[in-house]
Design a protein around this ligand. Structure first.
Ligand code: ZN
Length: 431
């Protein structure tokens, strides 16, 4: 069901593109030179997966435990900053209406066991640990109608045995991941802003996840902090965020990114002016319950280079020294980047006299007809993962696409005039 659901989304997006709404005029890319592009291989070598989303220095999560009534108020304060927090609840006494409201505004609801059990205690066996974790998760999911992906250990207390059971039912734990133990700072009545600053700065320097956890505010919950201290902390965090030092997010998104950074490998392929980035080792099944699985890459920016991303699901952010491209691996495990040198070797005036090609019908069933007066040198068809599907090296403008599977494809039409080559890219849909 899931894969057909995504196919429908991809199909709809392809139709949208085929109708020309996203692409430049008449649904196709402008022709580009494919003369030697020396900048391309240098840039390609420098492309890396970012340590944290959008190439922030690190990630920060606010979490609050134990079903306190002030969780709703805290979530509303976070909303004023545009932040999403994580609320870890004890399933045997949940305030359903309040939690539904918190969850409906995009905050995370996580599992904090059924009765706030100490999972490291000698008086609890594996059957009881299993019950505490499983029963609580099931109740949270059934009562709130959500997926509960994260866990927090009551009293930050755990054992190798309890860890194993947590990962049987959950993807993420606040106190540790599959790769690291996580440090945290507790927002309590005795916290000081200087301690918070020093904790944050140390983590930014080490690029480690920052966990600020608490219980409630203004006298409610274990050693609660105050609303004014929370606001003071949020104002501090806003400053770091505006500097791209911090990415503020839920525990599930932060630790998912941390996991992906450890699990993925980036493979690069260069073909003329196009770089294909393939994210290897993405475990779709492991992350089947996450909404998105985002990953960012940083591409160095240079004034004499133009970059375009042909992957529809990707978001591009431009900084003074780099582009940061973020894609959802659940949609696409590859990124297609066209990188053109704007240096003196590129003569853009040539593009004006160059033939504009178009294709019909789009969507195509058996044949795709290329219209345009000039001769073509070759035609290549790629799928959206960058795999070459068809390669035809003649001037035949009627392409047999009957053997292609249904889906969206990239057509590259090449022509040569003298010593200069051009590539025209057109996306089409195979029905
Ligand atoms: Zn607790």
């Amino acid at each position: 069901m899931r894969s057909s659901f995504y196919s429908i989304i991809v199909l709809n997006i392809c139709i949208y593109i085929a109708s020309g709404s996203v692409m430049a005029q008449n649904g196709k890319e402008k022709p580009s030179l494919y003369k030697a592009n020396s900048a391309l291989s240098t840039i390609s070598e420098s492309i890396e997966i970012c340590k944290w989303k959008n190439d922030a220095r690190t990630c920060i999560n606010f979490s609050f435990d134990d079903n306190n009534h002030t969780h709703r108020k805290i979530s509303q304060i976070l909303d004023q900053y545009g932040y999403k927090g994580s609320f870890f609840e004890i399933a045997s006494y949940m305030n359903i209406d309040s939690l539904k409201d918190i969850s409906s505004r995009g905050h995370e609801i996580g599992n904090h066991t059924f009765t706030h059990a100490d999972l490291k205690s000698n008086s609890i066996d594996s059957t009881e640990i299993d019950f505490e974790i499983r029963m609580s998760k099931e109740l949270i999911e059934n009562m709130l109608g959500i997926k509960c992906l994260s866990f927090s250990d009551p009293l930050h207390s755990y054992s190798p045995q309890s860890k194993k059971i947590v990962f049987k039912y959950h993807n993420f734990d606040r106190d540790y991941s599959e790769y690291f133990n996580h440090d945290f700072y507790e927002l309590t009545s005795t916290s000081t802003i200087n301690e918070v600053i020093s904790f944050i700065e140390n983590k930014i320097n080490n690029r480690e996840i920052i966990l600020l956890s608490g219980h409630g505010i203004d006298g409610e919950g274990y050693e609660s902090t105050t609303q004014s201290f929370l606001i003071q902390t949020l104002n501090l965090v806003k400053g770091y965020e505006q500097n791209n030092d911090l990415w503020v997010t839920t525990l599930k998104e932060g630790v998912l990114y941390e996991n992906l950074y450890n699990e993925l490998a980036l493979e690069k392929e260069i073909s003329e002016d196009t770089v294909y980035l393939h994210f290897k080792n993405f475990n779709k099944n492991k992350y089947r319950d996450t909404e998105k699985s985002s990953i960012s890459v940083a591409v160095p920016y240079s004034v004499d280079v133009d970059l375009k991303c042909l992957t529809d699901s990707a978001e591009i952010k431009k900084f003074s020294d780099k582009y940061v491209i973020t894609t959802d691996l659940k949609r696409d495990t590859s990124l297609i980047l066209v990188i053109k040198s704007l240096g003196p070797t590129t003569d853009y005036s040539l593009n004006k006299s160059n033939t504009e090609f178009s294709v019909s019908p789009n969507p195509a069933i058996d044949f795709l007809n290329i219209s345009g007066e000039q001769n073509i040198t070759s035609v290549e068809i790629y799928d959206l993962k960058g795999q070459l599907i068809l390669n035809q090296t003649n001037n035949n403008k009627k392409i047999n696409v009957s053997s292609l599977k249904k889906g969206c494809y990239l057509l590259k039409i090449k022509q040569e005039t003298g010593n200069v080559g051009y590539v025209t890219r057109i996306k089409f849909l195979k029905k």
